[in-house]
Design a protein around this ligand. Structure first.
Ligand SMILES: Nc1ncnc2c1ncn2[C@@H]1O[C@H](COP(=O)(O)OP(=O)(O)O)[C@@H](O)[C@H]1O
Ligand SMILES: [Mg+2]
Length: 348
């Protein structure tokens, strides 16, 4: 992981007003973190925790209520559309749904050509550039004349990735880029993303509700709960020694594909409370197995637990490691090999 700062987010807030009411949705509620060049930073949390809003704030698809977003030291949180345009090229988004994110009336060639045209790229070699992009994402360039409905979900997501790459971005924000895909093609698309990231030296922000997706690909992990960061640290540290009971519960609830059975203990109980009236004190206290008096009264600060590992819990030091680290039992080895073989297979 490089230590070169790319983006810096400071006390970022996004509140949505609820129509015809004085209610406010606290979607993102004061988050601060950095993004380093060439890293894969995962943003995880249950549905409704503010992940999509945060991702959209980073590329200013959503206007912040307050706070600062710095890109290479320049605050971009208040830039006009005109001044944002060249910066937009530097950060691209890959969306969850490869069906609705592509225009059904446009061929692949038109979709990619449009992205290139908007930024005045590859003016005299558009066909070649499109062929190159398709090859990069593992699609046959001879398919460029086809329309989205002629492709599978996995292939469509590859087209979405090609579109994002077409403008030569420095950073990609993937908002649940494989959640809508068949389980059988998820690993292929994830592998493609990490290959491309390494090959092109991209910075990657990976938004997901599924910790399993980022277990082996993220350098660092941010855990969001009701619009707040509850934990942030190196992926290995967060997985093996989480310092927040919410992170621990998320890990316990993630089926381990190499174990082939869910450890059915401690699946997170209850629903995420409403972000219109988040719980007092620690927002997680209503679902927390460790909660005590202080937790409903005082909001815990996001504090350093070890270098570069922060968590916001009054009892961080009491969080017990969630998983035993022993290798998969031999009994399962055979099925493991079958799964690996299937993952290595071709996209359909
Ligand atoms: N445009 C919007 N208007 C009002 N509320 C919104 C809007 N976008 C998101 N929200 C609300 O903000 C909260 C966080 O949503 P979101 O960022 O989509 O979370 P996630 O991606 O983690 O599921 C949710 O309660 C959601 O309903
Ligand atoms: Mg989302």
């Amino acid at each position: 992981m490089s230590d070169m700062l790319f983006m810096n987010v400071h006390d970022l807030v996004k509140h949505f007003k609820v129509a015809n009411s004085s209610d406010v949705v606290h979607a993102v509620d004061g988050v601060s973190f950095s993004i380093y060049r060439n890293e894969t930073l995962a943003v995880v949390g249950e549905s409704g925790s503010g992940k999509t809003t945060l991702g959209r704030l980073l590329i200013r698809l959503v206007e912040p209520t307050s706070g600062a977003i710095e890109l290479d030291g320049q605050d971009i949180s208040n830039l006009s559309d005109a001044r944002m345009k060249p910066l937009r090229r530097r950060i691209q988004m890959i969306f969850q749904d490869p069906y609705s994110s592509l225009d059904p009336r446009m061929s692949v060639e038109q979709t990619l050509g449009e992205a290139l045209a908007i930024h005045g790229l590859a003016k005299h070699s558009r066909k070649e550039r499109i062929a190159e992009l398709l090859t990069l994402v593992g699609l046959d360039p001879s398919l460029a004349g086809r329309f989205p409905h002629q492709f599978s979900g996995g292939q469509r997501q590859r087209i979405g990735i090609a579109r994002a790459l077409s403008v030569e971005p420095e950073m990609i924000v993937g908002d649940e880029p494989v959640s809508a895909l068949d389980v059988s093609v998820r690993a292929q698309v994830l592998n493609l993303l990490s290959d491309i990231r390494a090959r092109l030296g991209l910075t990657f922000v990976m938004i997901t509700h599924d910790l399993g997706v980022v277990r082996h690909s993220a350098d660092r992990i941010i855990v969001l709960y009701l619009g707040k960061i509850v934990e942030i640290g190196a992926a290995d540290d967060v997985f093996t020694q989480p310092r927040h009971p919410y992170t621990r519960a998320l890990i316990k609830a993630t089926p381990d594909p190499f174990r082939l059975r869910r450890e059915a203990t401690e699946i997170l109980g209850g629903e995420v409370p409403s972000p219109i009236a988040p719980p007092s004190g620690c927002r997680f206290h209503t679902r927390c197995p460790m909660a005590r008096d202080i937790c409903s009264k005082e909001e815990p600060a996001l504090e350093t637990r070890k270098p570069r590992h922060l968590s916001a819990c009054h009892f961080a030091h009491e969080v017990v490691p969630p998983i035993s680290q022993e290798p998969p039992p031999r009994l399962y080895q055979q099925r493991l090999d079958i799964i690996r073989a299937a993952y290595a297979g071709k996209d359909t």
